[in-house]
Design a protein around this ligand. Structure first.
Ligand SMILES: Nc1ncnc2c1ncn2[C@@H]1O[C@H](COP(=O)(O)OP(=O)(O)OP(=O)(O)O)[C@@H](O)[C@H]1O
Ligand SMILES: [Mg+2]
Length: 368
């Protein structure tokens, strides 16, 4: 079976210098939602716009539903109108002079090819129900809230059942609470319709909720594409680890590596066992990434068990964050609950080996 979307060696260069998209490869099987996640300027929107046909790629090949829609080497470029895609953007692209229903019916009446049969009214009604706007059909679209307008935009892209739905930070103009609600609902809607989606965001929480797979991008390159659990527990790269929240870094030197296991010398405190996705060699400088919530305070485990010193506590509502000094380096440790379980001063500390991820230290500065 062919992928709904296949991207091979995609390159987009706007001007001399680094390409905005730099040799990106991935596919989206039918019915799957792939999220591109990365910091501002990493090339997410440019990738999406290349798929949409709004940007002309410099190199590589894009296929939608098994049909090549862009291949600059062969001078091949299919126009956006002929790609059978739907698009939802950050800004609510709705027709202000129309009602909700007219907005959603518009593409059915004006698109050259609308899939399937059935009458316009039925399709519009079903789609409005799907996005939770069943009661708003006759309202002028300008009388709606931001979240409701974004549902109209979504309904308008879903109503003609495109092969592929492209979404570029569709929730980022909404307030925090609404963003979370619509995020959860969006997943339900996309899954219910069996839609294939490519979704772009810089918000990790959104990526995790929505993505069957997440692709982490940096400076035009796709660093890792994997299911959320794998991105979170087996980051292939120190940037992926850091960007998805492994904010602790311990610096050391590789003593030994066997397959995916590495032993790292941390200096005065001793050595730690870690997992590594990289072919580290003895003597390499290493950085070990750790999530604050994976560190066990007040516990002596079978491996990677040390003593640290609590130097500060911060209550953050549902959780407590401890700053722990550990062999001249600093660790942030997070525990659920606001009870102060640990006092300032000496504390037992366990860093479970599976949650310590070692990467080659290329002297990069911390990334926030
Ligand atoms: N039309 C353009 N002309 C020149 N450079 C561009 C153009 N569009 C994007 N770029 C550059 O390409 C790079 C990638 O931009 P892009 O918009 O794809 O980033 P992004 O990952 O979507 O970021 P954000 O999270 O801020 O939306 C940036 O360095 C940007 O300045
Ligand atoms: Mg963008």
């Amino acid at each position: 079976m062919s992928s709904a979307l296949l991207i091979e060696d995609l390159v987009k260069r706007f001007a001399a210098g680094k390409p905005a998209v730099d040799g990106v490869n991935f596919d989206v099987p039918a019915g799957e939602i792939v999220v591109l996640l990365g910091p501002s300027g990493c090339g997410k929107t440019t990738t999406l716009r290349c798929v949409a046909g709004l940007e002309h790629p410099t190199g590589g090949r894009i296929s939608i539903g098994g049909r090549v829609v862009s291949e600059p080497e062969r001078n091949l470029l299919v126009s956006p109108r002929e790609r059978d895609i739907g698009m939802v953007f950050q800004s609510y692209a709705v027709w202000p002079h129309m009602t909700v229903k007219q907005n959603v019916a518009y593409p059915l009446k004006h698109r050259r090819s609308s899939n399937g049969s059935g009458n316009v009214d039925t399709k519009v009604r079903e789609t409005l129900e799907l996005v939770g706007l069943g009661d708003y059909a006759e309202r002028p679209v300008t009388s709606l809230s931001g979240g409701q307008m974004q549902r109209v935009a979504l309904a308008r892209s879903l109503v003609y059942r495109p092969q592929l739905l492209l979404l570029d930070e569709p929730l980022s103009n909404l307030d925090a609470k609404l963003r979370i609600r619509l995020r959860d609902e969006l997943r339900r809607i996309l899954k219910q319709t069996g839609m294939t989606g490519l979704y772009v965001t810089h918000d990790q929480a959104e990526a995790v909720v929505l993505g069957d797979r997440i692709g982490v991008m940096r400076e035009g390159k796709l660093l890792q594409m994997a299911p959320p659990g794998e991105i979170y527990n087996r980051p292939a790269d120190s940037f992926v680890a850091n960007f998805t929240g492994a904010s602790n870094v311990l610096l050391g030197k590789v003593l030994e590596r066997k397959g995916e296991r590495a032993t790292i010398d941390l200096g005065q405190v001793g050595r730690i066992e870690a997992w590594t996705p990289q072919p580290l060699a003895a003597g390499d400088r290493a950085r070990v990434a750790l999530r604050a919530e994976n560190i066990r305070l007040g516990e002596r485990g079978p491996a990677n068990s040390f003593t640290g010193r609590v130097v500060e506590r911060r209550y953050q509502g549902m959780q407590t964050v401890y700053d722990v000094e550990f062999g001249g380096q600093k660790l942030e440790v997070l525990e659920l609950g606001t009870a102060a379980r640990h006092q300032d001063g000496e504390v037992a500390l366990t860093l479970p080996p599976d949650t310590c991820w070692a990467y080659r230290d290329e002297g990069q500065s911390a990334i926030d």
